[in-house]
Design a protein around this ligand. Structure first.
Ligand code: SF4
Ligand code: SF4
Length: 175
């Protein structure tokens, strides 16, 4: 596994070649343009998902924002998986404990990076955009079939992504 831009996990790779990095950058730019143009509608759907990861370097910041000491945070707010990842514990209703009644995050400025990245800048989407850019036979709509398009953001991604991938392919071919 390698890290692209220091935080996006690329499984199954030992290194990124300069050519691959160029294509990854193109995929990154497409995802960033979606993020810039489609602001989050604060529906709160993603805050009901499992697997909200807190990176080790974020633990202190999130614990402070939560208003608890480190011991309380590590024993009551998160749990560690077998492979060492730190994930939020969720209450029984499945909502993140930091989700307010108005669907706003109560620790917004200190939320984990994955919350800030979702759904535009996550590895999963960028990897699929990369695959579609580098393989003319690949259908981006099939690659992102996993996305639930009843969510505002994923609905918008599905409406825009095919055009952006086509533009990206043309840009790539003209270089
Ligand atoms: S599901 Fe999408 S639109 Fe809704 S809160 Fe999450 S990022 Fe925002
Ligand atoms: S920390 Fe905030 S943005 Fe992240 S899942 Fe919880 S409520 Fe949502």
């Amino acid at each position: 596994m390698v890290l692209y831009r220091g935080k996006y996990e690329l499984d199954g790779l030992a290194a990124i070649s300069p050519e691959m990095e160029k294509d990854r950058d193109l995929a990154y730019d497409i995802c960033q343009s979606l993020r810039d143009e489609l602001p989050c509608e604060m529906c709160g759907r993603c805050c009901h998902q499992p697997n909200i990861i807190v990176r080790p370097e974020e633990v202190d910041r999130v614990a402070t924002a939560a208003g608890v000491d480190l011991y309380t945070f590590m024993t009551q707010y998160v749990y560690q998986t077998g492979d060492g990842r730190i994930l939020f514990n969720k209450p029984k209703d499945g909502a993140c404990r930091f989700l307010g009644k108005d669907n706003r995050c109560t620790i917004w400025k200190d939320r984990p990076q994955i919350c800030d990245d979702f759904p535009y800048m996550v590895s999963m989407l960028m990897s699929r955009v990369y695959l579609a850019l580098t393989n003319p036979e690949a259908d981006i709509m099939k690659l992102i079939d996993y996305m639930d398009d009843t969510w505002p953001c994923t609905r918008d991604i599905k409406a825009r992504i095919a055009g952006l991938v086509e533009e990206g392919r043309n840009k790539r071919n003209s270089c």
